[in-house]
Write a protein that binds this ligand. Structure first.
Ligand code: ZZB
Length: 257
């Protein structure tokens, strides 16, 4: 699976993550989100972590450190993203819950600064364990942001962290400018817990966006999504805001014997 690793630079740590600041030797720290949809980065409204997932802060070189799962950091060491091949350099470990409320930059985002928020369905075993959120085009993100807005106290977040509305990025003939909210409504999805319908909505949103989407914003406005996708990705990488991150196929290891 070939992802784009999006570098979301920390602007201000949450009080619960503040201690990191003094332990990174002056490095810039980035939460790194793995995405398959670089063309939607204009519409980022926040970023998600899993509250019970353990993250590490990994030195990538003398000036930068990445926040992601150990698993992802180890994969990165085989892709030229560490001082030494196969060797992670973990500066410290932190719970996802402690990262919530951290303010970060959203590369290419029309909302340039966003907050880290909790999501139930973040998989520790996929990507970097950090997910950038685009509620206009990702049904999972829209459903989760809606949950958070309904019950900020329950999710232990500040209302202000979830105040950015979905931002139109591309348009499709069937669903218009806000594909994900339309699909969530159409499939009667109530919350992030409706995982089955969300999987179906994701499938539809991917296909519709990729085959029929036209960019509404950004450098490649007016191009089809198919044309824009690699161009947005290349532009982000060229500007040092992202990098290629590949993941080995999931191996199913038999536990017999
Ligand atoms: C931004 C984005 C915008 C995404 C969109 C999707 C969509 P997939 O499709 O299942 O292979 N993701 C990445 N890592 C994780 C994780 N650890 N746990 C849960 N979700 C994760 O997964 C790839 C997509 O799932 C990624 O692309 C990321 O969200 C999320 F408009 O990044 B995406 C219709 C989807 N639209």
């Amino acid at each position: 699976q070939e992802y784009t690793g999006v570098k979301m630079e920390v602007v201000e740590w949450s009080p619960t993550a503040k201690a990191i600041e003094s332990k990174v030797d002056g490095r810039k720290v980035f939460l790194v989100a793995a995405t398959l949809r670089p063309e939607t980065m204009y519409g980022q409204t926040n970023c998600f972590v899993g509250t019970s997932i353990k993250y590490g802060v990994f030195a990538i070189n003398d000036t930068e450190a990445f926040v992601c799962t150990y698993r992802a950091a180890r994969n990165m060491t085989f892709q030229g993203l560490s001082p030494e091949r196969g060797q992670t350099q973990q500066l410290l470990e932190i719970d996802g819950a402690a990262l919530v409320g951290t303010k970060i930059k959203a590369p290419f985002g029309l909302a340039p600064e966003v907050f880290v928020l909790p999501m139930d369905n973040v998989l520790a075993t996929k990507g970097t364990g950090v997910v950038t959120s685009v509620p206009s085009d990702s049904p999972d993100d829209f459903a989760t942001v809606s949950d958070l807005r309904k019950k900020p106290e329950f999710y232990k977040i500040d209302r202000e962290w979830v105040s950015i509305d979905p931002i139109p990025v591309l348009t499709t003939p069937t669903y218009g400018e806000l594909t994900a909210p339309r699909l969530v409504e159409k499939l009667k999805i109530q919350s992030q817990k409706d995982v089955k319908q969300l999987a179906e909505a994701k499938e539809i949103a991917y296909k519709e966006g990729f085959y029929s989407g036209v960019m509404l914003v950004g450098e490649f406005k007016g191009l089809t999504v198919q044309e824009a996708k690699p161009k947005v990705r290349a532009s982000m990488i060229e500007q040092g805001l992202a990098f290629a991150y590949a993941e080995p196929e999931n191996l199913v290891i038999s536990r017999s014997a």
